[in-house]
Design a protein. Structure first.
Length: 135
């Protein structure tokens, strides 16, 4: 379990760094805030997917509501904003120093893109399935 957590945590951190780097090339006034919001939304989609899977497995969707979705999204945004903006070792400048000479950029970049696509597709698929399901 700790290997999985370390792998996903590193992938999320790398994703934040890459999104932040992409937005720093634009006229965005705060690429760090934009990247932390994108990471937070992806994490919220993952949490929502887990909740929908549980609802499907136990055949009860009463615990999933708009309030729960908004709560997890806002909580994730606050958590990641604090983690990446105010926490010294995870801010963009520190990550840039750490990964300036990274050799596996393409492979990790592909993993980040796959993660983003799968997060959206899994959530969308589960939402469609549970929306069509007769509860």
């Amino acid at each position: 379990l700790s290997v999985f957590f370390n792998l996903t945590s590193g992938l999320i951190l790398w994703g934040y760094y890459r999104v932040c780097k992409a937005y720093s090339r634009t006229k965005d006034s705060s690429p760090e805030a934009t990247a932390s919001c994108i990471v937070a939304i992806l994490q919220s989609l993952n949490i929502l997917s887990i909740l929908m899977l549980i609802a499907i497995l136990i055949n009860d969707n009463s615990f999933i509501s708009k309030t729960i979705v908004v709560f997890f999204t806002v909580a994730s945004m606050i958590f990641y904003y604090i983690r990446y903006i105010y926490h010294g070792e995870n801010n963009y400048k520190e990550l840039e120093k750490k990964w300036m000479n990274e050799t596996k950029k393409f492979k990790k970049g592909i993993l980040v893109v796959i993660y983003i696509i799968l997060s959206f597709l899994l959530t969308l698929g589960l939402a469609i399935y549970s929306g069509n399901k007769k509860w």
